[in-house]
Design a protein around this ligand. Structure first.
Ligand SMILES: CC(C)(COP(=O)(O)OP(=O)(O)OC[C@H]1O[C@@H](n2cnc3c(N)ncnc32)[C@H](O)[C@@H]1OP(=O)(O)O)[C@@H](O)C(=O)NCCC(=O)NCCSC(=O)/C=C1/CC=CC=CO1
Length: 275
């Protein structure tokens, strides 16, 4: 079914476990299972993938804010449901389901649009992995941050070992995965895992302000910046030089670049159109 712009702006995923709202170029994705502190289950995973695919493919989306309802980002897999010990799925099915779910981290990390994670309450296990796949993390002062996996006999998923190793280096990633300490927001900030710590009362406003400013930014250049940095995670210096040369030259052809240069000379704030 085709939807008009108004309907799309406040579209919800089929499952209602993940809410989507598009306003002025900013897609807000809200994990909505507050009674379980937004623990992941199959519906939530499907909703997240659907939202991430929309974020990637919808040209109206210029930036993304991902957050959790009820004052918690996401505590990862649902340990209470794991403890119920339902009949296990065949290994191949289990593995394929998990692999499919992880696409959310890949899309958020790779798509050429900035993604901000609003971390409040807790970010644990796969919830932390998803947060680490984002470009920027704003945390409330009381937020608890932990890999959690080893404590429940898991090794890690949703790309957390990849992102944390790239972010902090192998030694620190090993420590945080093998020992699984619960970090305060300030400790996570000191390590470089979060960009900003704000008072609990300000978390929503601060995360929204940051995400909105990115949604109103020079989108082509921001997308290329993200690509360059992603390239740097895996490519050679030569390949990164090539990428920078192409991206910088293309960004220089955008209306946003021309507007920014003009605004600089005219000593005013630029207005970006995202093209
Ligand atoms: C450090 C914590 C995240 C937060 O600590 P704290 O603020 O002190 O809160 P608690 O008192 O511990 O918890 C409050 C209530 O929330 C329930 N809860 C917490 N985490 C989970 C969870 N993951 N699943 C279900 N319920 C959860 C907790 O039981 C309390 O409920 P009651 O009040 O009824 O007792 C701390 O909570 C913590 O360490 N949590 C566990 C984190 C964890 O182990 N996460 C899973 C890691 S494995 C994973 O992510 C795996 C998968 C596999 C499956 C599918 C998809 C993805 O990943």
């Amino acid at each position: 079914m085709r939807t008009n712009n108004n309907e799309r702006q406040n579209a919800m995923s089929d499952s209602q476990m993940v809410l989507q709202s598009l306003e002025q170029g900013l897609l807000t994705i809200t994990m909505n299972r507050p009674e379980r502190r937004n623990a992941l289950n199959p519906d939530m995973t499907r909703g997240l993938i659907e939202a991430a695919r929309r974020a990637e493919g919808d040209p109206e989306v210029r930036a993304v804010l991902i957050r959790g309802a009820g004052g918690t980002f996401c505590v990862g897999g649902d340990v209470k449901s794991m403890a119920e010990g339902r009949a296990p799925l065949p290994f191949e099915t289990k593995m394929a389901n998990l692999r499919r779910g992880m696409e959310v981290s890949r899309i958020l990390h790779q798509m050429p649009k900035p993604v901000v994670a609003q971390l409040d309450g807790a970010a644990a296990g796969a919830g932390l992995s998803i947060a680490l796949s984002c470009d920027l993390r704003v945390a409330s002062a009381s937020c608890k941050i932990t890999t959690a996996f080893a404590k429940v006999g898991f090794s890690g998923d949703y790309g957390g070992t990849y992102f944390l190793t790239k972010m902090l280096g192998s030694a620190k990633a090993r420590e945080l995965y093998l020992m699984s300490p619960v970090l305060s927001a300030q400790e996570a900030y000191n390590l470089g895992m979060v960009s900003k710590v704000v008072p609990d009362a300000d978390i929503e406003a601060e995360a929204l302000e940051l995400a909105r400013s990115l949604a109103q930014g020079p989108s082509v250049a921001l997308g290329y910046i993200k690509r360059n940095i992603n390239n740097a995670e895996t490519m050679t210096l030569e390949a990164c030089f090539d990428g920078e040369a192409i991206h910088h030259s293309r960004a220089g052809e955008t209306a946003d670049h021309k507007e920014a240069a003009k605004a600089f000379v005219e000593k005013r704030k630029p207005t970006f159109q995202g093209q």
